[in-house]
Design a protein around this ligand. Structure first.
Ligand SMILES: [Zn+2]
Ligand SMILES: [Zn+2]
Length: 156
């Protein structure tokens, strides 16, 4: 039995038929349409299928489109909230000397001395206690600069 391309309506032989999936269903496409729609956003593909009027699963695609739009919108809003929260925790303090990206400030951290750490192994041999470290980090390349605001914590 000959199949019909869901997009253009052309008859396709079993040999030429290509299947493209969208959600729960696979639809038959002619090779031309397949090469245009392969890799396309499934939301757009579902809209094209509906617009063709040739699918047997219109209700399914309608729900699919609605759900997909709703969840994408929710994801965008969540991302925006997270971005705003991140920005308020990490004010920009200048541009990166390596790549000119934004340097963001992090809350001071207390580095425990008397233990081996990558940054302070030399200092550790001289002293114990802790050292307050202020970090600024480039959001683009990760370049990090640090400051030690409390001079009294450093070796004399
Ligand atoms: Zn076609
Ligand atoms: Zn950078």
């Amino acid at each position: 039995m000959a199949k019909t391309c869901i997009i253009c309506g052309k008859e396709i032989s079993a040999f030429n038929s290509r299947k493209l999936y969208c959600g729960d269903y696979g639809e038959n496409l002619c090779p031309d349409c397949f090469s245009r729609y392969e890799g396309m956003d499934t939301l757009e593909f579902a809209e094209e299928i509906l617009a063709s009027g040739r699918s047997k699963h219109d209700d399914y695609y309608r729900d699919y489109i609605e759900d997909e739009k709703r969840s994408r919108q929710a994801a965008l809003e969540r991302e925006k909230r997270e971005e705003e929260a991140f920005n308020s925790r990490h004010p920009e303090v200048g541009r990166c000397p390596k790549c000119s990206g934004p340097m963001l400030q992090y809350s001071p951290i207390s580095v425990k001395l008397g233990e081996e750490t990558i940054l302070f192994s030399d200092l550790n041999r001289l002293m114990s206690g802790s050292l307050t470290v202020q970090l600024n980090r480039c959001r683009e390349c990760g370049y990090t600069e640090f400051f030690t605001p409390n001079e009294t914590e450093l070796p004399k």
